[in-house]
Design a protein around this ligand. Structure first.
Ligand code: ADP
Ligand code: MG
Ligand code: ZN
Length: 616
């Protein structure tokens, strides 16, 4: 029967701020230093590595939040090497495990793995080796479904444990336990059984996803007690972030961007659907790039082939769904482009994290359009789990509406719209707030599109406009799209608007003094704040999606309150236009190359890749 973890009171302690763990007085200190150099070929430790190793080797349960590429593997591979016994590592993907084993064997560290799709005889052989008194393996990797479903494995682990040979249990990519994470895997939920069976064996949980709710879920589900937490800044100073309006010629923009900034360099383009992956790859091939696609509809062998081509630099650019990349260990990925909206801020951070692992400057560019939001929202409503990278992963073993997952997805999505629509605040700040980290945008040094703008902000009270917009949605019967509402509000005299003019008499043209972008930003802000909602439906047999604005109960209960006001920050138009002149930017939507010779970090503003589109 499934093991249901009790809600236990957990004593956390913050390891990152405890000098004890960085001390070099631990008895294993010399061995650590030696093996880190000799076996792993590292000159030193990266932030928190030594601390985590000391804590786990002291026998505590440890939870590590470290950004992608931070070096989490070493924190269990090095202890595995110098402790007697075997370290059990649970890791979500076979491809990831194979990659790790390859590296370990190259370093002469004996390691093996068990997965459900291996030959039974092969599995038997590994299990037999585990039973032997002189088991040569230092690390045993397993996929989570092995733990959940294989009694043989559990029996073997019990026997190891009884002989004092189960040194440590490692849960890699531990956020997969949590439904609030971006990569929920139901089998991870069963892992609580390990702490229950092997109470005294230290557990080391590792992840690059660090929201408070994910952390709480992981600690509870795994049943960790007196857990020491290590976390470090999730800021990646060498990554350059930008959000770019997505137009009809988005693929040309991507081609230009790559040619001008990263020609012949290695990159990933994340796409929403399998179809998009193939389309984007084909277009880039036509433009002369070495591109390939990768998605869940392909045969496993085909996927492995593409991944190999990519690691050998026979292909530079992979157009992929989010299925590609977890545990990808290529240090010189120079750009990550999102062709459409990512699943969540955590997911985005992790996907971008695959760029620039070698520390050299890399670009993270997101192409955003409000209509993508409508498209994705429709997918969520339909629960088309099999067709989009958005819903797969969440929906395995769940229906879209169970356990609030649908609501959580919708909420994540709105957070995204908010991130993309924001053309004012530092992108690093906006991302890191999400991980509970307060980032001083002064430290961005103009390495995100919003900080790179020379801008003067003006804050405006938009309460009256907001109320008029909502009123307009109401009085026209809550049956129009946002673009129609905006047209009416700005006084359009188009045929359609004229025909329905009687519905909106008093407010037709009430916003004619507003720029189109300004009015639309306020309207979208109302959607982000959940005062208005986009109700989406398929509008015809060809599957195109339309949406209708509705007023929500949130509006009725809060915003209609006479004292409530709504403020928005805008870029002062005078300054904004002056900047784009002094930068001598050409036609809208084109990206300018940046000077590659400039140093990677501490980037001067002029060296950043530029976009010349001001949203307001
Ligand atoms: P994570 O699991 O946190 O994403 P990895 O463990 O895969 O990161 O490590 C990322 C890269 O950093 C690997 O190529 C690894 O060899 C390298 N690395 C890890 N620790 C060190 C170190 N102390 N010094 C130099 N390189 C390191
Ligand atoms: Mg890892
Ligand atoms: Zn910034």
């Amino acid at each position: 029967e499934p093991y249901i973890p009790k809600f236990v009171e957990v004593n956390y302690s913050d390891g990152s701020n405890d000098p004890k763990w960085s001390s070099s007085n631990f008895p294993w200190e010399k061995k650590l230093e030696e093996n880190n150099k000799k076996v792993f070929g590292n000159h030193s430790f990266r932030p928190n590595q030594r601390e985590v190793i000391n804590a786990t080797m002291s026998g505590y349960d440890v939870f590590v939040l470290m950004p992608t590429g931070g070096g989490k593997s070493l924190t269990y591979q090095l202890p595995a090497l110098i402790c007697p016994g075997i370290t059990l590592v649970i890791s979500p993907l076979v491809s990831l495990i194979q990659d790790q084993i390859m590296h370990l064997l190259q370093a002469n560290i004996p390691a093996a793995y068990l997965s459900a799709n291996m030959d039974w005889s092969e599995q038997q052989e590994i299990l037999r080796e585990l039973c032997s008194d002189y088991c040569r393996y230092k690390l045993l990797y397993v996929t989570p479904e092995k733990v959940a479903k294989s009694d043989a494995l559990l029996r073997n682990l019990e026997s190891l444990n009884a002989r004092g040979m189960l040194a440590r249990i490692v849960i890699d990519e531990a956020h997969c336990v949590s439904q609030w994470g971006h990569d929920f895997r139901p089998d991870y939920k069963e892992l609580g059984i390990l702490k229950k069976k092997f109470e005294k064996t230290p557990v080391l949980a590792l992840t690059a996803t660090a929201t408070a709710s994910v952390k709480e879920d992981v600690v509870q589900a795994l049943g960790l007690v007196n857990c020491i937490i290590f976390r470090q800044s999730f800021n990646r100073p060498n990554l350059w972030y930008a959000v770019i309006p997505k137009t009809k010629k988005c693929l040309d923009d991507i081609d230009t961007f790559i040619k001008e900034n990263h020609f012949d360099e290695c990159g990933i383009i994340y796409c929403l659907s399998r179809n998009d992956c193939e389309k984007v790859a084909e277009k880039l091939q036509q433009c002369g790039h070495k591109a390939a696609f990768y998605h869940g509809n392909m045969e496993a062998t085909q996927r492995a082939f593409v991944q190999r081509q990519w690691s050998k630099d026979e292909v530079n650019i992979i157009c992929a769904t989010v299925a590609f990349g977890m545990g990808i260990n290529k240090p010189d990925v120079r750009f990550v482009i999102h062709h459409s909206l990512p699943k969540s801020i955590e997911g985005y951070h992790q996907e971008c994290g695959r760029a620039g692992r070698d520390g050299a400057r890399s670009s993270c560019v997101l192409y955003y359009s409000y209509s993508d939001y409508i498209r994705v929202k429709h997918m969520l409503v339909q629960g088309q789990g099999e067709q989009s990278s958005w819903t797969s992963g969440y929906n395995r073993g769940n229906t879209a509406n169970s356990d609030g997952i649908f609501e959580k997805n919708t909420e994540n999505l709105l957070e995204w719209v908010s991130y993309c629509e924001n053309n004012v605040d530092c992108r690093r700040f906006l991302q890191l707030v999400h991980f509970g980290e307060k980032f001083d945008s002064g430290n961005c040094r103009k390495t995100c599109d919003n900080c790179a703008k020379m801008k003067t902000l003006v804050e405006k009270d938009v309460t009256v406009i907001a109320k008029q917009l909502v009123e307009l949605v109401k009085m026209t019967g809550q049956k129009y799209s946002s673009s129609h509402i905006l047209e009416v509000y700005r006084g359009s005299m188009s045929q359609v608007v004229k025909k329905h003019r009687h519905e909106s008499v008093s407010l037709h043209g009430a916003g004619k003094h507003l720029a189109k972008e300004e009015a639309s930003r306020i309207l979208r802000h109302l959607v982000i704040k959940d005062y208005l909602t986009e109700e989406v439906k398929k509008s015809d047999v060809y599957g195109s999606v339309s949406s209708v604005l509705k007023v929500t109960t949130v509006y009725i209960f809060t915003f209609s309150h006479p004292k409530l006001s709504l403020r928005c920050r805008f870029i002062s138009p005078a300054k904004a236009s002056k900047v784009s002149k002094s930068d001598a930017t050409p036609a809208k939507g084109i990206l300018q190359p940046y000077n590659k010779l400039s140093p990677p970090v501490d980037t001067p503003a002029s060296a950043a890749p530029k976009i010349n589109v001001e949203l307001s």
